[in-house]
Design a protein around this ligand. Structure first.
Ligand SMILES: Cc1ncc(COP(=O)(O)O)c(C=O)c1O
Length: 382
C-alpha cells in the first residue's frame, strides 16, 4: 500500500482533531479596530486629520537619531529599552524600574488584559471610550462592560456602579478619545478610592501633554501612591512618532513584573528607542506643538460652533463635531464632501457616535479649509 493511502486511513481516526483550527471564543467576538482613512481618491491634496497625529511632525532631532541607526538594523535592540526608560524616568521624575515600554500603548493595553483578565472576568470602560479596551478584553475571553457617560464624559458613579466581583480592570482614557473630554484629578482619585483594591485601574493618558487645565493630572501621583493603578502614555501623539510604535506604562512593581514576563522580548525597536530619547529631550519642539494646539483648538471649536454644529469641548488635540439628523446634513454627508476635498476626518460610528466626525487639529491651512468646507456644507458660505 502506498504511504499516502495508509496516512489517509490513519487521519480519519483523528477527524475531530483535524477540524479547522478555532481561535478562542472572545477572539471571534471582536470587531476588528478600523484605523482612520488615509486616502481621498481624486483629491489633488490630502490632509489627514483622522488619527490625532501632530501636524508639526516629529522633532528634527528624533528624525536625526532615527537615521543615525540605519546602519545597525542587523542588531537586536536592547530588550529592556534601558536607556529609554532612564530618559522617561528623568523627564518625569520616575523610577525607571517601574516603567515598561511597548510597541505603542496598544501593546501595553493588550499586555494588561492578558495578564489580569481570565475567561469570564470583566473589564469596564465608558460608552464612548477608546475602542481598544473591548478588543483587548475580548482577546482574553473577558467581558467588556460599558459604564454610561454623562455629557460625553466618564461618570465615576456609573463606573463604580458597574463593578461586580468579576471586575478585574477599569480602563479610563483621560482625556478620552474620541470625545476629548476629561475627568479632573479629584474625580480620578474618587474613582480609585471607590474601586475594590483587587481592581486594576488603567489611566490611559495618551493626550496628557495637550491638556491645559489646573485640575488635571495625568495619573503619576495615583500610581505612585497606590499599588493597583497604572498609567499609559504614548509617543504617537505630541511626539509625532506614531509610525515607530512606541508607548510606555508606569505602574507598581508587581504589575511591571507580570507584564515583563509576558511581553515580547524585543518589543521596542532600536529606531524607536533612540528617536524616543531624542524627542523627550527636545522640549522646545513639544512646546511648539502645544502652542499650535492652544491656538487652533479653541479656534476650531468656535468657528465650527458658529456654523450651527455642536462641538464637544475638548482638552486634547482633536474635536468631536456633531451633525443634524436631516437628510443631506448628516455626518456621512459631511464626510463625503470633506473627503472629496482631500480633508480626511474620522467617522466614529463604532464609538456609538454615528452622527459625529472627529477632527484632529491640523495645520492652519487644513483647519481653515475644513471650516470653509463645513460652512459651505451648512449653507453658510464664507
Ligand atoms: C486613548 C488612546 N489610547 C491609546 C492609543 C494608542 O496609541 P499608540 O499609538 O501608542 O498605540 C490611542 C491612539 O489613538 C488613544 O487615542
Amino acid at each position: 500500500m502506498p504511504a499516502f493511502a495508509s496516512m489517509t486511513v490513519e487521519s480519519s481516526e483523528f477527524e475531530m482533531s483535524s477540524a479547522r483550527p478555532q481561535p478562542h471564543p472572545g477572539v471571534l467576538a471582536i470587531e476588528a479596530y478600523v484605523p482612520g482613512k488615509s486616502t481621498a481618491p481624486g483629491a489633488a491634496r490630502v490632509f489627514k486629520l483622522s488619527s490625532n497625529e501632530t501636524p508639526l511632525g516629529p522633532s528634527p532631532k528624533a528624525i536625526a537619531a532615527y537615521k543615525a541607526v540605519a546602519d545597525r538594523l542587523h542588531d537586536y535592540p536592547d530588550g529592556a529599552a534601558s536607556a529609554l526608560r532612564e530618559a522617561i524616568g528623568k523627564t518625569f521624575g520616575l523610577d525607571p524600574v517601574r516603567i515598561i515600554c511597548g510597541t505603542g500603548s496598544d501593546d501595553l493595553l493588550h499586555l494588561l488584559a492578558r495578564a489580569y483578565v481570565t475567561p469570564g472576568d470583566e473589564a469596564i470602560y465608558t460608552t464612548h471610550g477608546f475602542l481598544e479596551y473591548p478588543i483587548v478584553t475580548l482577546a482574553s475571553d473577558g467581558k467588556p462592560v460599558v459604564a454610561p457617560e454623562k455629557h460625553y464624559t466618564a461618570d465615576v458613579d456609573a463606573i463604580l456602579a458597574a463593578v461586580t466581583p468579576r471586575t478585574k480592570l477599569v480602563f479610563l482614557a483621560n482625556p478620552n478619545n474620541p470625545t476629548g473630554t476629561y475627568l479632573p484629578f479629584d474625580e480620578v482619585r474618587r474613582l480609585r478610592a471607590g474601586l475594590p483594591p483587587h481592581v486594576l485601574l488603567c489611566i490611559d493618558a495618551a493626550y496628557a501633554e495637550y491638556v491645559r487645565r489646573n485640575d488635571y493630572e495625568a495619573g503619576i501621583e495615583l500610581v505612585a501612591t497606590t499599588d493597583n493603578t497604572v498609567m499609559c502614555r504614548t509617543f504617537s501623539k505630541i511626539h509625532g512618532l506614531a509610525a515607530l510604535r512606541l508607548g510606555w506604562l508606569y505602574g507598581p512593581p508587581e504589575v511591571l513584573d507580570a507584564l515583563n514576563r509576558i511581553r515580547a522580548p524585543f518589543n521596542v525597536s532600536t529606531p524607536a528607542i533612540v528617536a524616543g530619547i531624542a524627542s523627550l529631550a527636545d522640549t522646545e519642539h513639544q512646546e511648539l506643538s502645544r502652542e499650535h494646539n492652544d491656538r487652533w483648538l479653541p479656534w476650531l471649536t468656535e468657528e465650527i460652533g458658529k456654523l450651527g454644529l455642536e462641538v464637544t469641548p475638548s482638552v486634547a488635540n482633536f474635536v468631536l463635531i456633531h451633525f443634524p439628523d436631516t437628510k443631506g446634513k448628516t455626518a456621512a454627508d459631511a464626510d463625503a464632501l470633506l473627503t472629496s476635498r482631500g480633508l480626511i476626518l474620522r467617522r466614529v460610528t463604532p464609538y456609538r457616535l454615528p452622527n459625529a466626525l472627529r477632527m484632529t487639529v491640523g495645520t492652519e491651512e487644513a483647519n481653515r479649509l475644513v471650516v470653509e468646507t463645513l460652512a459651505e456644507f451648512m449653507g453658510r458660505g464664507t
